[in-house]
Ligand binder design. Structure first.
Ligand SMILES: *[C@@H]1O[C@H](CO)[C@@H](O)[C@H](O)[C@H]1NC(C)=O
Ligand SMILES: *[C@@H]1O[C@H](CO)[C@@H](O)[C@H](O)[C@H]1NC(C)=O
Ligand SMILES: *[C@@H]1O[C@H](CO)[C@@H](O)[C@H](O)[C@H]1NC(C)=O
Ligand SMILES: *[C@@H]1O[C@H](CO)[C@@H](O)[C@H](O)[C@H]1NC(C)=O
Ligand SMILES: *[C@@H]1O[C@H](CO)[C@@H](O)[C@H](O)[C@H]1NC(C)=O
Ligand SMILES: *[C@@H]1O[C@H](CO)[C@@H](O)[C@H](O)[C@H]1NC(C)=O
Ligand SMILES: *[C@@H]1O[C@H](CO)[C@@H](O)[C@H](O)[C@H]1NC(C)=O
Ligand SMILES: *[C@@H]1O[C@H](CO)[C@@H](O)[C@H](O)[C@H]1NC(C)=O
Ligand SMILES: *[C@@H]1O[C@H](CO)[C@@H](O)[C@H](O)[C@H]1NC(C)=O
Ligand SMILES: *[C@@H]1O[C@H](CO)[C@@H](O)[C@H](O)[C@H]1NC(C)=O
Ligand SMILES: *[C@@H]1O[C@H](CO)[C@@H](O)[C@H](O)[C@H]1NC(C)=O
Ligand SMILES: *[C@@H]1O[C@H](CO)[C@@H](O)[C@H](O)[C@H]1NC(C)=O
Length: 828
């Protein structure tokens, strides 16, 4: 945990270490009203959250390389130090290669995920004595040389060698500019090193006449126990001879069986095969190529696939037929403009830091899940296939709800991929990572995602190609059945259905295995999962019996509420519970950022508190579908407010992890949107920024990015419902575009005050006084419906600076002014 200062400068080509220049003049094209030409990509800073997680860094683990939205190919450089979850770190460590696929923002294995088949350019060595090994070849970057815009990445080594990348969904181009075309120009194609160094076998095949290299490798997934096999294809002879790029020598290299650093290069050999080994091999192997090029430029085309190296070559041919760099880069940029334009603001008028945070966040929130459609190696299907659902526990809260606002067409594909996972494995996937099931963290959090889709787009599902019958059956099967290994998918429904909580120290007679820990937090998450089924049953007309069954089960979170526990003068906390009903006590501050004694809150059997990556202090606020129940359990509105205040002031709030996301907004549930408005500003300006430390924890496949987007827009989504909490936006106006409804909805803050944009705002206009929807007063100052926010039209949020009146306004006078809660009759 740490705090970081907000960097108020910005530039068009973002570089992590160069001083930033303010370029407002050049940004004039970015004014973004409907359809006008925009340049929002110029506002994206790809280096936010790239500081190392070591030594107190943020560990945002953001990926700053070249990628299209939801890309399979994510091309970027890899550092030789850990942690390096996304390959890249903004520091002075050495680079071992530029590789083809990466994760975005994930935690898990500190060595990272993917990073497959890196290339490395070498100069100034004679062919058979080049330092091709991963440690021998590595190089430092010139300080400040890393730069990127959406669809493009570049850096320069200290020897003057420049690297550039641009890409499509499954292919792309790499360009190496050598400092001196008269000195040797070589490129290493590395078969065996992924980021984890987990090579378990594969092959490399050079076809000299075509200048192409085909690869296959099996590696370990980064968050789970399985391996995966991936393929790539490199082409080194561009069709045009603009640079007179010719291949002058090529051959394989391989380390000796006795020493992985004793590598011999064989100029005449063109293929190598390594049989599968069940434990990773330290062999170093690949191909080395040498070029003549009149300009010193060596251009390479690549394709990736999970099917075959032939398909990888075909993907390159199909997606980059002409090797036209500018075409590929401008197509990538155009795809990003299209995504970014769905949230438009007046970029010249708004606070420049907020502008940079908004567009950088919208960018990262659309990097994953990764579109692997037509690359599913496991089952034949017409359905879309998506990877990097890493993990649904992270993304259900904000990433999917953000897609639901603006991008239902993309979201429907992703939802279809979740449903197709159930169709072929029996369960909704939870944490598919590197194409294989990863670890389950708590609940099965694809459930709130599918429930959310049902309530928001159930009526248009046919048009979006989603079968609501299958969606519902996927939910029911995941809610009812217990897989043999519920640490990889699904839930321990044996326990849940018998007790309506997850008992601690209980031996599951079904023999199903998982990690029988996190009992309290699993109870809270299973409850929300069942609420999602209830919501889908209601919307899709599945009958009263199901609505009541899952509605009742979703209140099971109350079963772990121990009214006898007191902490810091507050009474009643979620706790573990034995099968006989007796509670098992853990200190409520255990695993909080200020826990005075070490506890484990991980997945494993070392977890001795019953909560996953969170404390009882934090998780006791978790029942997003029935917050009135929590308010009552805690002793009513005023105690709830002081308990929230205490949670923040005592340091129990963990800004860098998902269980905390909704809590700054919880004051809305007791009619104190004024306190949410202040709290959200405090959270944003204390924890987020435009520097490399600008994300307070792992970005987690865009979860943090989507959270920050919602904070800026003054909205927070309630999972599997059509309600969003509404607050006080950090911009004076914005327009949302929905790509199914083709609606534009304008939100204007009347009286917006730039002085309110700080962690501890001085007396300034930030309290919501009224909300007007298309000329009519809103029934609530605390929530707004999805139908309104995506319905087209004009929403006016009037703000004032009178804290006393603000504290008395509550959510308004209407009977439905408070956000809904299931137990008090909401979500009817
Ligand atoms: C976008 O803006 C940047 C500078 O901010 C400029 O270099 C670039 O040419 C612009 N691109 C387009 C397509 O207008
Ligand atoms: C690299 O960066 C670290 C941390 O910023 C610093 O301590 C070290 O001196 C730097 N090393 C070099 C060679 O610049
Ligand atoms: C090439 O290597 C020689 C000897 O190691 C060194 O003196 C020279 O600076 C190098 N040139 C380049 C371009 O790296
Ligand atoms: C992963 O390893 C197992 C052996 O443990 C092997 O049977 C399997 O084929 C491998 N999977 C892939 C996708 O290579
Ligand atoms: C490569 O270029 C050098 C001069 O720069 C020339 O001597 C050599 O013949 C060329 N090799 C090939 C294979 O074209
Ligand atoms: C390196 O490997 C080669 C081939 O396996 C072997 O002949 C040579 O002795 C090894 N050299 C060293 C220094 O180990
Ligand atoms: C490429 O080579 C041809 C003939 O070999 C020559 O005429 C042409 O100028 C060269 N092109 C460049 C860009 O150097
Ligand atoms: C995913 O890939 C498929 C196949 O190319 C394509 O039809 C679809 O538009 C892609 N979707 C996204 C969101 O990129
Ligand atoms: C629980 O079930 C009863 C019927 O047994 C029903 O009346 C009630 O509405 C259900 N509660 C919820 C929250 O669904
Ligand atoms: C709370 O404590 C009282 C007194 O020790 C005890 O009688 C009661 O059973 C406890 N309640 C629960 C729910 O554990
Ligand atoms: C319930 O079970 C726990 C764990 O076995 C035990 O410590 C406790 O005394 C039991 N409570 C009752 C009331 O039997
Ligand atoms: C939203 O605002 C834009 C720009 O001011 C305007 O062009 C558009 O007509 C407005 N949309 C609606 C639905 O009023």
């Amino acid at each position: 945990m740490h705090e970081c200062e907000v960097d108020v400068s910005q530039s068009s080509m973002h570089s992590p270490t160069f001083a930033r220049v303010i370029l407002f003049g050049l940004l004039s094209k970015a004014l973004s009203a409907n359809g006008a030409s925009t340049n929002l990509t110029a506002l994206v800073n790809l280096f936010i959250g790239t500081a190392s997680g070591a030594n107190g860094g943020s560990g945002g683990n953001a990926f700053p390389g070249a990628a299209v939205p939801h890309a399979m190919a994510k091309v970027g450089i890899d550092v030789d130090t850990s942690p390096r979850q996304a390959g890249y770190i903004s520091d002075n460590s050495s680079i071992t290669g530029i590789s083809l696929m990466h994760d975005e923002g994930t935690g898990g294995n500190t060595n990272g995920g993917y990073g497959i088949f890196p290339l490395f350019p070498l100069t100034n060595c004679s062919f058979t004595s080049c330092p091709v090994g991963i440690d021998a070849r590595k190089a430092k970057r010139t300080a400040g040389a890393d730069a990127a815009t959406p669809g493009y990445f570049t850096t320069t080594f200290v020897n003057g060698l420049k690297l550039e990348a641009t890409s499509t969904r499954r292919a792309g181009l790499l360009r190496f500019t050598f400092p001196n075309p008269m000195v040797e120009m070589h490129v290493v194609v590395d078969l065996t090193h992924d980021l984890q160094r987990s090579f378990e076998g594969g092959s490399i095949n050079l076809i000299r006449s075509r200048g192409s290299v085909a690869l296959q490798g099996t590696f370990l997934q980064s968050y789970g126990t399985d391996n995966y096999t991936v393929f790539a294809c490199y082409d080194f002879l561009p069709p045009t001879t603009a640079n007179n790029q010719t291949l002058v020598a090529a051959g394989t290299f391989q380390s000796s069986p006795s020493s992985s650093t004793n590598i011999s290069i064989s100029p005449d050999q063109s293929s190598l095969t390594f049989p599968f080994t069940s434990s990773p091999s330290s062999v170093q192997a690949g191909v080395l190529l040498s070029f003549n090029s009149s300009t010193g430029v060596v251009l390479t085309r690549f394709g990736v696939s999970f099917i075959s190296s032939e398909q990888a070559c075909a993907n390159a041919q199909e997606e980059v037929p002409d090797w036209d760099w500018d075409l590929v880069q401008s197509a990538s940029r155009a795809k990003w403009e299209d995504v970014l334009e769905r949230v438009s603001i007046d970029v010249e008028k708004e606070n420049p830091t907020v502008v940079e945070l908004l567009y950088s966040s919208l960018y990262r929130a659309s990097l994953v899940p990764a579109n692997l459609t037509s690359e599913n190696p496991y089952w034949g299907s017409e359905s879309p296939f998506y990877d990097a659902l890493f993990c649904s526990w992270d993304t259900f809260r904000t990433v999917h709800p953000l897609l639901s606002l603006t991008s239902p067409r993309e979201w429907a594909e992703i939802v279809n991929a979740y449903i197709d996972g159930w169709r072929n494995t029996g369960y909704i996937p939870e944490c598919r990572a590197n194409t294989k099931a990863g670890y389950v963290q708590g609940g099965s959090d694809g459930m709130p995602i599918l429930g959310d889709f049902a309530v928001k787009y159930g009526a248009r599902a046919g048009e979006l190609g989603v079968s609501t019958d299958d969606l519902y059956q996927a939910l029911v099967d995941t809610a009812e059945n217990t897989p043999p290994d519920w640490y990889r998918v699904g839930r321990q429904n044996t326990a849940w259905k018998q007790f309506n909580y997850i008992p601690t120290a209980w031996v599951d007679p079904s023999g199903a295995t998982g990690l029988p820990t996190r009992e309290a937090s699993r109870t809270l998450e299973y409850a929300l999962g069942d609420f999602a089924v209830r919501q889908a049953a209601l919307t899709l007309g599945k009958g009263a019996a199901d609505i009541q069954l899952y509605g009742n089960r979703s209140l099971g979170f109350k079963n772990v509420w121990d009214q006898n526990v007191t902490s810091d003068g507050f009474t009643g906390f979620s706790q573990r519970r034995f099968e006989n009903g007796t509670f098992a006590f853990s200190p409520p501050d255990a695993c909080s950022p200020v826990d005075p004694t070490p506890h484990s809150c991980a997945r494993g059997t070392d977890n001795n508190v019953g909560f996953y990556e969170s404390s009882s202090w934090e998780m006791s606020f978790f029942a997003p579908h029935s917050m009135s129940t929590i308010v009552n359990l805690m002793g009513g509105a005023s105690t709830f407010v002081s308990r929230l205040d205490h949670y923040f002031s005592k340091g129990y709030f963990q800004a860098g992890n998902e269980p905390s996301f909704a809590i700054p907004w919880a004051y809305n549930y007791v009619g104190r949107p004024d306190l949410s408005a202040l709290r959200v500003r405090n959270v944003v300006f204390q924890n987020f920024g435009t520097g490399i430390n600008g994300i307070p924890g792992n970005d987690d496949s865009g979860a943090m990015a989507a959270l920050l987007t919602f904070h800026i827009l003054g909205l927070y989504p309630v999972p599997a419902t059509r309600q969003l909490l509404i607050g006080s936006p950090l911009v004076s106006s914005y327009t949302l575009y929905n790509n199914l409804f083709q609606t534009t909805t304008n939100i204007t803050v009347q009286g917006f005050d730039n002085a309110s944009l700080s962690a501890s705002p001085p007396m300034s206009r930030l309290f919501v006084k009224s909300i007007t929807i298309n000329g009519e007063p809103s029934e609530s100052l605390c929530w707004i419906s999805f139908d309104v926010i995506t319905g087209g039209g004009n929403i006016i949020i009037e703000v004032d600076d009178d804290p006393v009146s603000a504290s008395q306004r509550m959510c308004g006078n209407s009977a439905s002014a408070l956000p809904d809660s299931l137990e008090s009759g909401g979500f009817a």
